[in-house]
Design a protein around this ligand. Structure first.
Ligand SMILES: [Zn+2]
Length: 281
């Protein structure tokens, strides 16, 4: 059998080893979450080659005062390449430029979608500051991926899956992707799928967790049977493979997905084909 198309829809990258190390070490110190590498573009490309990944979607976001710089770097580093796909994060409280103007500014630079982390950026999905962003993205057919569910050391109260109900209702043509399959809130994820056809998911961290993490966080990990059941309930055509590189090596989750008791067609869709359709790649 020929090798399947593999697209990693959830990676984070940093401009150089020093910056990556500072951020990753800071998080590790606070939360004891380990990381796989420093998240440089060179490391990512080496890993993609080893894993047979054709494209990686960079879902970079930064503190509010570094919004424009981070978005600019993410687009610039991906410009004129086929293997890197830039998603930007116009912080809802960014200064000096409205979020919608920031999106308009970055479209010519190649931005293909948006990423938000309601937990880290401290806003609820239906915050009124977000509404012009949703309206613009719906009109321009730009997908938005949100962190959803529990985060490293927080309960996920800003972004439980059910908190997206209003947005999904008011913007029925907006493509919304909930990262991590709703991390820990599996019943809410299943409910949303039933009610809305414009909600999709990525698998980042959700199925295998972060390797070598301490035992107390392992309750989030899914067994093969639990993962297969969740995929079947959601529908494999609505789920995309994502790793959360550089916290984990994408190879681990590719292997895990390939071993799950689901059919081959579903594996091929999750590993790459769905991303082509959902993210217009
Ligand atoms: Zn992530």
């Amino acid at each position: 059998m020929s090798k399947p198309l593999i697209i990693d829809t959830h990676v984070h990258t940093f401009p150089n080893e020093e910056v990556g190390k500072q951020i990753l070490e800071g998080i590790k110190e606070q939360t004891s979450v380990p990381y796989y590498c420093y998240g440089t573009i060179e490391e990512l490309r080496t890993n993609m080659q080893e894993c047979g990944i054709s494209k990686s979607v960079m879902v970079n976001f930064a503190p509010v005062n570094w919004t424009k710089g981070n978005n600019f770097w993410t687009c610039a580093v991906a410009k004129e390449t086929d293997d890197l796909v830039p998603f930007i994060s116009p912080h809802p409280r960014m200064k000096g430029r409205k979020p919608v103007d920031e999106i308009k500014h970055k479209l010519p630079w190649g931005a293909k979608g948006l990423k938000f982390h309601p937990e880290a950026q401290e806003f609820y999905p239906h915050d009124k500051k977000m509404l012009p962003i949703y309206e613009f993205c719906q009109e321009k057919n730009l997908p938005i991926v949100f962190h959803s569910g529990k985060n490293i050391d927080s309960d996920g109260h800003f972004c439980e899956p059910q908190l997206f109900t209003e947005v999904l209702t008011e913007f029925p043509k907006l493509t919304i992707v909930l990262a991590h399959l709703g991390s820990g809130f599996w019943d809410q994820t299943k409910k949303l799928v039933n009610e809305f056809s414009n909600v999709f998911f990525d698998t980042a961290i959700a199925i295998s967790g972060i390797y070598d993490r301490d035992e107390k966080t392992r309750e989030n990990y899914l067994s093969n049977e639990e993962a297969a059941d969740l995929i079947e309930t959601i529908g494999a055509d609505r789920i995309m493979f994502g790793s959360d590189f550089p916290w984990v090596n994408p190879a681990w989750d590719i292997q895990r997905l390939q071993q799950l008791p689901i059919n081959e067609k579903d594996k091929i869709n999750i590993l790459g084909k769905n991303a082509v359709r959902i993210y217009n790649l």
